[in-house]
Write a protein that binds this ligand. Structure first.
Ligand code: ADP
Ligand code: MG
Length: 576
């Protein structure tokens, strides 16, 4: 085999594979160029998902006629000029390879006019061959047209999905860019159809038009700084959590990126407020000195590397947790239209606008049976004073606050209270432990014994003393005091715990494992549905509810409390 230097056109085609693999990545590069050129209005036109044509026009400052050829030449850029610039990139582009790459795998027509020029200039690149420049009539700004996409790299063309699927990806790419540039207006059209129309707006308005107007009123604003890094943006309340992470948008200095560490910090802040399988909605904007972040680590610039990743994790996590703790996130009782008058059949009642949680009507009926049903003339069994509380069916507690009637799931609430108690105590040191008079022994398999050894330090923190008392048995000598006082069976608790910890799905970090274990302990120790509570116990429970943060949801993210607002009652009784 002889080694040969590849022709330039082929080099560019290979490079193009990394930068422009489909219409969406081409649109991204072209729109980024338009944003870098200070445009306030950007229009994108697609033909058959971009396969038969992409056109991006802007009203930016344009390209000088004598620089058009450079613009389509590889490694030519106006955005950086020396090594030092690489560590302080403030523009979206900087590599100088997008236009050259696109020109090597398509027929590219670049038309531009600067404000000081009388007319425009046009240059064409067809499969890497440059023609022009020549004068042309044009308004100020730049228009790039991409035709015959991948005509000379048929293998790549085959990888494209259906027109509809490619259009969806373009749409997603445009939305990502639009989220971080609310002051720029965007239009995306496919054939004759307008798919997106975003007039220049405030960030909040822009985010709402991207995420959906139903989030109006459901977003919490955040804004926090920490030694040179600012985090601001919007975070959806737990009730608008989604089944996928698509509604998490992260931007660093105006660039949309994906970053698993930031997503993790955000998700952790919602731990216990949403179910583990669901994802928060959020648009986060991080601003920092360009030298604090390396944007030159990914061919499509969609990932970055931070100087201090841990600091950013903490900033995101603390800011979002703090904002959530301040919010009143008790879901409201909102009967959906078709069920509002049909209490009695098996339809579902929705709790919280946009929430996916629903209770069966049976549960709802049990919950409100003690309060009042519209058509009955019977008086309320008890008039509830400000501190009074009533236990319904040994399962739900009914009381009131300034805004209406509260219905509380006694198990979920107690579980949350115990979880918070555990967490507070753990933060101060190990859990208080109580020795058993007679050790509790049980038969164990090798997996359980192994888990016991691996997690010895975790057990110590939890106040659990257990060890192998033979080749196939484990003895429990001490348990956390709360579990003993709640009569939890030691042997079966430890067995279950070891199974959980020995399971390969179990989170690997000690912090996450601890959180899971505390969840489980809280569940075991909590009051169950069916437990009768005397007035003192009821009062204690409600008092504690006021003392803890996040009382609105149990550690698994299910609601502990639901509110039937006075407003809603007034509406249903025809008072408004
Ligand atoms: P990069 O954006 O990394 O510099 P590109 O290949 O995308 O590389 O673009 C090359 C150059 O062409 C840019 O540096 C810029 O000077 C110019 N350019 C490209 N698109 C536009 C545009 N829409 N408006 C003004 N100048 C542009
Ligand atoms: Mg560029």
């Amino acid at each position: 085999m002889t080694i040969k230097l590849l022709p330039t056109v082929l080099i560019n085609q290979i490079a193009a594979g990394e930068v422009v693999d489909r219409p969406a990545s081409i649109v991204k590069e072209l729109v980024e160029n338009a944003i870098d050129a200070g445009s306030t209005r950007i229009e994108i036109q697609l033909d058959h998902g971009g396969k038969d044509g992409i056109r991006v026009s802007d009203n930016g400052y344009g390209i000088a006629p004598d620089e058009l050829e450079l613009a389509v030449t590889p490694h030519a850029t106006s955005k950086i000029s020396e090594e030092a610039d690489l560590s302080a990139i403030a523009s979206l582009g900087f590599r100088g390879e997008a236009l050259a790459s696109i020109g090597s795998i398509s027929h590219l027509i670049l038309k531009s006019r600067c404000s000081e020029d009388e007319s425009g200039t046009l240059i064409e690149v067809d499969g890497g061959l440059i023609a022009g420049p020549k004068p042309v009539a044009a308004s100020v700004g730049t228009t790039v047209e991409v035709k015959r996409l991948f005509f000379n790299t048929p293998a790549r063309r085959k990888f494209l999905k259906s027109d509809g699927a490619e259009t969806t990806r373009v749409r997603d790419a445009v939305q990502r860019l639009a989220a971080s540039h609310a002051d720029v207006s965007f239009t995306l059209k496919s054939g004759e159809k307008t798919l997106l129309e975003y007039p220049s707006a405030s960030v909040k308005e822009r985010i709402l038009s991207i995420f959906g107007g139903e989030l109006d009123g459901e977003l919490i604003e955040i804004n926090e700084s920490m030694t040179g890094i600012t985090l601001w943006g919007l975070v959806g309340k737990p009730s608008v959590a989604r089944p996928t992470s698509r509604h998490i948008r992260v931007h660093v200095n105006g660039r949309s990126i994906s970053d698993s560490s930031i997503t993790h910090a955000l998700k952790e802040a919602f731990r216990g407020l949403i179910e583990p399988k669901r994802w928060p909605t959020a648009a986060l904007f991080l601003e920092m000195e360009p030298s604090q972040v390396d944007v030159n680590v990914h061919p499509q610039k969609s990932e970055v590397r931070f100087r201090d990743r841990d600091k950013i994790w903490r900033l995101v996590n603390n800011t979002v947790s703090g904002a959530l703790a301040k919010e009143d996130i008790v879901p409201a009782y909102v009967p959906s239209a078709q069920t509002s008058n049909v209490i009695g059949n098996a339809t579902q009642v929705e709790f919280g606008a946009g929430s996916s949680r629903s209770f069966s009507i049976d549960q709802a009926r049990r919950a409100i049976a003690g309060i009042e049903l519209p058509s009955h003339a019977t008086p309320l069994p008890t008039i509830l004073g400000p501190d009074a509380v009533m236990q319904v069916q040994k399962c739900f507690l009914v009381t009131q606050d300034e805004q209406g009637i509260l219905i509380i799931d006694q198990h979920a609430l107690h579980e949350r209270i115990i979880f918070e108690e555990f967490s507070t105590r753990m933060a101060k040191g190990n859990l208080e432990s109580q020795r058993m008079l007679v050790p509790d022994a049980f038969e164990a398999d090798s997996g359980q014994i192994e888990a016991l050894e691996t997690h010895a330090s975790l057990f110590e923190k939890l106040g659990i003393d257990a060890s192998a008392s033979g080749p196939a048995s484990i003895s429990v000598y001490a348990l956390p005091t709360i579990l003993v006082s709640r009569n939890v069976d030691g042997a079966s608790f430890i067995r279950e715990l070891l199974d959980k910890l020995g399971n390969s799905d179990c989170p690997s970090s000690e912090e996450e494992a601890l959180s899971e274990v505390l969840d489980m302990m809280s569940c075991k120790a909590a009051i169950k549905a069916g437990d009768y509570l005397n007035p003192q116990e009821l009062a204690d429970l409600l008092q504690k509810r006021k003392e803890i943060e996040r009382g609105s949801n149990c550690p698994h993210g299910r609601p502990t409390t639901m509110r039937l607002s006075i407003e809603e009652l007034e509406k249903r009784f025809g008072r408004r």
